[in-house]
Design a protein around this ligand. Sequence first.
Ligand SMILES: Nc1ncnc2c1ncn2[C@@H]1O[C@H](COP(=O)(O)OP(=O)(O)OP(=O)(O)O)[C@@H](O)[C@H]1O
Length: 254
Amino acid sequence: MPVVLSVTNGVVTYGDRLVLLDVSVAVAKGEVVAVLGANGSGKSTLIRAALGLVPLSRGEAALFGTPLRRFRDWRRVGYVPQRLGAGSGVPATVREVVASGRLARRGWAPFARAADRSAIQKALDAVGLADRAGDRADTLSGGQQQRVLIARALAGEPDLLVLDEPTAGVDATSQQAFAGALGDFVGTGGTVLLVAHELGPLAPLVNRAVVVHLGRIVHDGPVPEPAGHHAHPDHDHVHPHAPETEPSLFKGTA
Ligand SMILES: Nc1ncnc2c1ncn2[C@@H]1O[C@H](COP(=O)(O)OP(=O)(O)OP(=O)(O)O)[C@@H](O)[C@H]1O
């Protein structure tokens, strides 16, 4: 599968503070990759660097096989930043915010076309906010505002979705709805890179986990087993296993 997003030997410094040290990660088309790690480990910095939102002081980043410095096809990328908290004061309706994610797809058409309207409606339905479309976005709860931002990214019909803690502060039902929307997105060929603390209902969708610790990638592979109180009996992870750890069922049967 072609590589959709990559950072190779990336180094990021804020001032003279080293925040990412020689990190390399690649996400292939169709994958759902979760970036996990403690607060402040560098997860957001990693995805922001992958999108060129913070500069790499060393190393390379590429999107869809094109080095970032030459990449122009931004409508293929949907990005949802970490929620800033309630009360952002956006005096726009939910529909307007979601529609803003569609602008890059419009080309030279001055008005929304049927395809635009249908993508906006589909995105509102996907996050369960169709009935709030006419409400001001800043009257919604923090979790609902996060869903508005996700819908805005979906409305652009990107090929790659990059999400920073999309389910933080979002209630269980909405997390389930979001997992469904993400499943549909992946089912139609989409690729996802997301930062998360808890995978929750997203766990069955995640193919691979990248664990960041103190600015380095310390694990890149199957989702690690939940530890401590997260190891709930009904915690139904679907863990892909590395081929070398898979029992050799077919050996010696010829
Ligand atoms: N713009 C910035 N200027 C200076 N330091 C920053 C900046 N952004 C992040 N940092 C610092 O870089 C480190 C990594 O931050 P980052 O946001 O990438 O961590 P994170 O793993 O995403 O954390 P969290 O789980 O809390 O969101 C932190 O110590 C943070 O304080």
